[in-house]
Each structure stands twice: as structure tokens, then as C-alpha cells.
Design a protein around this ligand. Sequence first.
Ligand SMILES: Nc1ncnc2c1ncn2[C@@H]1O[C@H](COP(=O)(O)OP(=O)(O)OP(=O)(O)O)[C@@H](O)[C@H]1O
Ligand SMILES: Cc1ncsc1CCO
Ligand SMILES: [Mg+2]
Length: 538
Amino acid sequence: MFDKSKVDYSLYLVTDSTMLPPGTTLVSQVHAALQNGVTLVQLREKETDTKVFVQQALQVQKLCREFNVPLIINDRVDVALAIEADGVHVGQGDMPIPMVRQLLGPDKIIGWSVGYEHEVQQLADMGPQAVDYVGLGMVFPTNTKKNPKKTPMGPRGVSKLLDALQNTKATWCRTVAIGGLHPNNIPRVLYQMCSEDGKRSVDGISVVSDIMASPQAGEATRRLRNLIDAECYSFVDGVGTNVEACTSTVDEACIESTKLNSPLIHHITNKVHQNFGANVALALGSSPIMSEVEPEFVELSQVPHATLLLNTGSVAPLETLSSAVRAYNTAQRPIVLDPVGFSATSTRLELNSYLLAQGQFACIKGNAGEILSLADMNLGKMRGVDSGDAGSDISIIVAATRLVAFRYRCVAVCTGKIDVVANGLNLGKFKLSNGCAMVPSQLPAYKVECGDIAVMEKITASGCSLGTTIACLVGGITDQQNVFSAVLTAVRLYKSAGYAAASACEGSGSFQVKLIDALDSLLTKNQPSLWKATVSSI
Ligand SMILES: Nc1ncnc2c1ncn2[C@@H]1O[C@H](COP(=O)(O)OP(=O)(O)OP(=O)(O)O)[C@@H](O)[C@H]1O
Ligand SMILES: Cc1ncsc1CCO
Ligand SMILES: [Mg+2]
């Protein structure tokens, strides 16, 4: 009998015989998985007759015992009792938990599929004797469910359920994330999923097809095992553990790297911004390319120092945006996201939320309205793409920026008279179970300011071009430099250029021209110690 408090949930295999590749069997696949690091097995065979199911269960049980791995039976409490399995997993539509517990007794493992906060509340109300672990999902769409009743929740949805578990004090309950998890998204979701008090992350991940449908189930399992054990998602240069924390706010080295490496800045941006953004990139020694041509995204992302500026201002087709995100994440090149008018309309809210679930962004930049919306802190609805929140209290803005940095594990930038920059990257590190060793309110954050430059609000796409500027600096750095430092340098450079341009212009028309001149000249001279905008830690 297992001590169920010591079960390792880190890599949980759920079976499905309908997807076995030729030459393999249920038992051979489970065997390969056990040999290569699966820590828990669930027999889930929806199509199989009871007689065969029991036979299979006994065979799999024999194997699991050899490897000292618990066996969980899906749905069929009777089968679990008959073969003395280690536990049962039930869904919301299956037998009620109190009955399952009564039948199985106190020592067996009971798992429950949970997709909503009110289900977490029910779990908490039933107390520690009821459910031992929950499957949280589904995270992404999957073809292992015939009629999925739930819509994919993305990593953010899982984080909300982890919050609910913390808020209801269901500390005994272990968690695994499930649904559409594959090597191409597992490091990312493990990095992104955490409760907002910083104390709880998932105890493991659950996979079906990645092992069951693989002709090389052993290798597939080992790959998954290695990704989980790495405890790090180095998704772009300047994030991995060989990077030093940002200590200086005057970073000549970042500027030098941009000049030297001349990054390709792939813009997918709104029509208002295209020409302006291209000229800003050129002024900053970088090469702009405006492309919404999906077939070339992979090729572009593989150019050394390629960087994507994704600005959702003119709402390009969703498939175009997500294939760009996929390409740059796969190539481990940075993406700067500008979620223009994040929640101004339900269309924009849906599109931006969908994109946020699809990938990892190095930096998310928005005006106060956008950042407050992303943090679920905006009191009114956004009106259009303008901030609409200029009067907001700076302490609220700072809290919101930190929250966005934390939730999306990125550098978050909130623009306005004072710009706020917060660092949620944490060197790409993640850990199972005990959270992420940071809390939103303590993330490193800085204010960048240079007095009131009112004319900056009088040209369109000035925020969008800050996005370009950030992309140029983040794109220029090497894997020894720091993404946060690059973003902070970009924000300071842009604000300082704004100040210089405002002093030299005759109105908002010439301001735009002078702004490009100033960016060019500040970059060329590279003397950040003389820049007018100040940076102060918050
Ligand atoms: N009053 C101000 N004083 C100084 N700088 C400002 C002021 N208002 C805006 N800025 C600067 O102007 C740029 C754009 O900021 P804003 O918050 O207006 O972005 P935005 O609404 O996203 O812009 P857009 O959507 O037009 O591109 C930022 O670099 C910000 O620092
Ligand atoms: C005016 C406008 N409309 C959509 S995007 C954009 C540029 C400023 O964000
Ligand atoms: Mg904007």
C-alpha cells in the first residue's frame, strides 16, 4: 500500500489505447514510459469492454508495481476495487466524491477533474479527507476528448485555479495540469503557472498522446522528464541563468549591442504605426520588416537577432498572429507585445487574451488603460485605443505593472507621463509544487520620467514606437546580457529622445520628425549618463 502523501505527481501518464502506433501495445507503451521517468499512471480506456479492461488493468498493475509507481483507474470504482488499484480518477459527471471515498476507504488516492473556481470551492468544502489531487484543465485544445465540454483555459486559467486553491486553504490537495501539453509548450506553461501569492505551482503535468501515440514512447517520456527537471525556460537571449541580474540603470552595453548586431525587427503592427515604426527602427540602427505573410515567419525568426514586435492595433487575423508567436518562441527569439486597446471591445479582449495564452512574451508594453485591464484593475471600460486613465494614481499603476509582469513572466511596461517598468522574468526559472519564489508586490520595478512632455500624447502611435524601440534593444543583446536591462534602457532612451524633440520642435507635426532625429543621435553618441530621463527604483 502506498503512502499517498508521498506520491510523485510530476509526470503523470494517462493511457488511451485508441492512439497506439503500429507495433506497440498498451502494455509496451506503459512499460517504456515507466522505464523513462513517468511517476504515476492512470488507466483511461473509454472504449474497452469491462472484461478486457480488467485484464489490462491487472497487466498494467503488475508493471507499475515493479517500478513502484501507483496505478489510478479512470471512472470505474468497481474495477479499482476489484483489482485493488491505488486510486480512482473521476470527472465532474462521474460518481460523486463522497461516494467514491466511502467505497474506496481513506487510504486510496482520489483524483478529480476541475475546470472552474466553484468546483475548487466544493473541493475545499468537502475537506482533506475527500480529494487528494485535481487535474486542472483543459489547458489547451486536445483531441483526446470526444466532446469537450470546457473551453481551453490556457496557463492563466490554471493560475486562477491555483489561486482558488490557496484562497480556500485547500493546502492538502495536489495538482496536475492537463490538456494539450507537449514538449513545445510544457516549459512555458510550467514557467507561467503559479498562484498570485507565489506559493503554489502545479505538482506535475499529465500527458496522453505525447507518450501513448509515440512510436518511441521511451524517448518521448525521457524528453518530457528532462524538460520538467530542467526547472528553467530560457526562451530568449538574456533570460537564462547565465545572465546577471540588472544592477545598473545606465546600460551602454545594450546600446552597443544594438548598434553592433543591427537586429531585424519584424513588425506586425497597425497601419497607423507602420511607417513611423520602420523609421524608428532605422534610426536605432536596426532593420525593420513589416510582414503579415505567414509562410515566411519561420524563416524570418531564424535570422540572427530577429525580434518580433506584435502590436494588435489593427487586429490582424488570429491565425497570423499566433503563427508568428509560435515561430519566434520556437526560434527562442524575443517577442514584444503591444496589446493595443486590450479590452476596448470584446473582440480585442478575446483576441489579446487568446494570444497571451499562446506564447511567451519577453516584454508586454501598454498604456495605463491597457496595463490596468491586463491586471483586472481597471475600474471603467477602456475607450478606444487611448489610455483614458491618465489621472490614475501612480501607486495603482505600479501595482498593476508588477502584476502583469508576474502573471505573464515578462518585463511589463506601463506608459504615461511616468513610465513604469517591472521585471517578472526571474531568470526563466520554475519549480513544481511550491510556487515561484516571488510575489508581485516585490518584483523589481523602476519609474522613468522627464517631467510633463504633453506633445508626446499628441502624435499617434508614440506608444507603438516605444514598442519598436524596446524591440531594437531587446533584439540586440546577447545571451550574456539582461532583457530587463535592455527594456529599461529602451524606455529611458525613448523618454529622453521625447524630451529633446519637444525642446526642438514647433508643434506636434515637427515633433515626430525631431523624435526620430533625437533617437538617432542619442543612439549614435551612446552616453546614457547624459540622457535627460531619470530612472528610480520603486
Ligand atoms: N505627459 C507625458 N509626459 C511625458 N511622456 C509622455 C506623456 N504622455 C505620454 N508620454 C510618453 O509617450 C509615449 C506614449 O505613451 P502613451 O501612454 O500615450 O501610449 P499609447 O496610448 O499606447 O500611445 P499610442 O497608442 O498612440 O501609440 C510613451 O513613451 C510615454 O512615455
Ligand atoms: C489610432 C489607432 N487605431 C488603432 S491602432 C492606433 C494607433 C495607436 O495605438
Ligand atoms: Mg498604445
